[in-house]
Design a protein around this ligand. Structure first.
Ligand code: F6R
Length: 601
């Protein structure tokens, strides 16, 4: 959701660093932004509505070696300058940027109002600086007395945290202290360790240009750093926690658009090699995981949105290839199925970011029942990756566009590999996926992309679009709909082909674009028959298929990839969705109302 960034250290351009860092977090929220810089004992606050991409870091030239910043995705309160972060306390001595939701904010706000605090915004976040201020006042009544203002400030933040319920990650500054304090419960915060100081951000790309050495803050922990040293504390006990430094493998180049106009297109094109990276897994580990699935008493799959569609595809992979039954539920629905979890059950969690709140909640439920958790994750070191019993990284590299593309195909490739291992055919699966990766590399040539651009031009004025598929192409029909909806705002819906005649076919009018996803397998005849039912009602049929069929008004050729057909078929639709957005004048990287990492429930 929101992106937060902080720096403290020897550098004196902390304001510009914050702007640059926030720009690379803009995919997490882009309705407003703000920065607080501290020079001497003065806080300078700047905040605005709109996107931070338009801001020039050079405008933040005032010498300052400690700054915090925020890019917002509104939850409580509309998109206004007042609601933008940083928020201040009553005396404007404490600045806070916050990601998450303080669930008990109403009760805390009432209490603070009774104590004389006034509030300027409609946000839950604004209570944080006021609460810290109140806790600073009460320090004398506490056992946690400190020799320094910084020590008092850190202790006050800790006590404030103890009064919060909900999910949060926040950074706090005080005019009288050179210490930056941060705390985490449920929303991500990562520390970048540089020779000159410390970065603290919601995600690694924010400081990747400066350091690849990171330390992870876990739930229930906080830090206090003056730029020279850093102290990790357990919020509940106040005791120090030891942390390792970890080197991450992402490069700055991977986080940039390069020759592309948008991250979405760049990431679609990354699929020329990201699938090969995804299946480059330790074979013994894949076999161990297959055994764990085989022997589990109930295997459950959870994910959200696009990752959820990879899970539905996996239900087909496991059933068709290995005759094994697994159960999918959207992560947000999973708690209703908790009765079926046992210590011998296995939960497979699929997530790009590894920080999605609903997914973390599902994991918590499974762990409470003693079940084991396998995660298929893109972001190394994310909460899901760190808290799972087994983790498989898909190695897609950073995914910046809000619309997930290369992460999906990486997730499906790993799930397909596991299904083959479950059928004792790991090598066969690996070979198929390697061939598929090569075929995708061939397919993604400029002529292919131009064809899809031209098709987008033909259909861009339609307000309704339908997609059908069968077997593993059914979840891809659902995924096609998400991709088209979220970036182009066309009303798109995906269906299982056989379901049409049970209702949705009433929506078809003359010229309605309908995409038919198919391969060359035992369900092809059925889906083509569904396509003919649509054609007979006047639909404009766009076939995504290895072969041209007479029912297609327009044919998007894809390679014949057998059991990996779903992975291949979704790619032209990602490109089509991209061009539909661009041709309708929308920014595909920043769709309205959406944020990349959904860290609220
Ligand atoms: C859609 C999209 C979302 C995510 C969903 C889960 O293009 O990106 O539907 O797939 O929010 O996110 P992760 O995979 O990070 O858990």
């Amino acid at each position: 959701m929101c992106g937060i960034f902080g720096y403290v250290g020897r550098r004196v351009d902390a304001g510009s660093l914050a702007i640059d860092g926030l720009k690379s977090l803009e995919y997490r929220g882009y309705d407003s932004w703000g920065v607080a810089c501290k020079t001497g004992n003065t806080l300078t606050i700047q905040k605005e509505t709109g996107k931070i991409s338009a801001v020039d870091p050079a405008d933040f030239g005032t010498a300052c070696s400690i700054a915090i910043g925020h890019t917002r995705w509104a939850t409580h309160g509309g998109v206004t300058k007042e609601n933008a972060h940083p928020h201040l306390n009553e005396t404007s001595t404490i600045a806070v940027v916050h990601n998450g939701i303080v669930e008990n904010y109403e009760e805390l706000k009432e209490d603070l109002k009774r104590k004389g605090h006034t509030f300027r915004s409609d946000t839950d976040s604004e209570i944080l600086p006021h609460l810290i201020e109140e806790e600073l006042k009460t320090r004398d009544a506490n056992t946690e007395k400190s020799e320094s203002v910084s020590g008092d400030f850190t202790a006050a933040v800790r006590r404030a945290c103890l009064r919060l319920s909900g999910r949060y990650a926040f950074l706090a500054l005080h005019t009288e202290s050179q210490t930056l304090v941060a705390a985490r419960e449920g929303s991500p915060l990562i520390i970048g360790v540089d020779t000159d100081g410390y970065f603290i951000a919601s995600d690694i790309p924010a400081f990747l240009a400066h350091t690849r050495t990171v330390q992870y803050l876990d739930d229930g922990e906080m830090i206090a750093t003056d730029g020279k040293t850093i102290l990790f504390l357990d919020i509940r006990t106040g005791h120090e926690v030891r942390k390792r430094e970890i080197e991450i493998s992402w490069s700055v180049k991977q986080t940039q658009k390069g020759e592309y106009r948008h991250f979405m297109l760049k990431e679609i094109m990354d699929q020329k090699d990201s699938i090969a990276r995804a299946i480059n897994q330790d074979e013994e580990e894949i076999r161990t995981i297959a055994q764990a699935i085989k022997h589990a008493q109930g295997t459950f799959l959870v994910g959200c949105g696009t990752a959820g569609k990879a899970c539905v595809a996996a239900e087909y992979f496991f059933s068709v290839l290995a005759g094994h039954h697994v159960n999918y539920a959207p992560a947000s629905e999973f708690k209703l199925f908790h009765h079926f979890l046992k210590p011998e059950s296995l939960l497979i969690v699929v997530t790009q970011s590894g920080e999605t709140a609903d997914v973390l909640e599902a994991m918590k439920i499974a762990k409470a029942k003693g079940s084991k958790v396998l995660s298929i994750v893109n972001v190394q070191g994310s909460t899901v990756a760190r808290e799972s019993d087994y983790t498989l990284l898909i190695n897609a590299g950073p995914e910046r566009a809000v619309a997930s593309t290369k992460a999906l195909t990486g997730q499906m490739a790993v799930l397909l590999l596991i299904a083959y291992a479950l059928a004792d055919k790991l090598q066969e699966g690996k070979l198929l996926l390697l061939e598929t990766s090569e075929m995708i590399n061939d397919m993604l040539n400029p002529r292919y992309v131009e064809h899809l651009e031209a098709l987008a031009d033909t259909i861009k004025r339609h307000e309704n679009l339908y997609i059908i598929g069968k077997s593993w192409n059914y979840p891809m029909a659902l995924e096609s709909a998400i991709k088209i909806q979220e970036v182009s705002y066309i009303h798109a819906e995906g269906f299982a082909g056989g379901e049409l005649k049970h209702g949705p076919i009433a929506l078809i009018e003359k010229g309605t674009p309908c995409i038919v996803l198919t391969g060359k397998d035992e369900v092809t005849a059925d889906i083509l028959s569904n396509a003919r039912e649509l054609s007979a009602r006047g639909a404009f049929i766009i076939g995504v298929s290895p072969e041209r069929k007479e029912v297609f008004d327009e044919w998007i050729k894809v390679p014949d990839a057998g059991a990996a057909q779903a992975i291949v078929n979704i790619i032209p639709i990602q490109i089509l969705a991209y061009f539909l957005a661009v041709k309708r004048g929308k920014d595909p990287d920043m769709p309205r109302n959406l944020a990349k990492s959904v860290t609220v429930k």
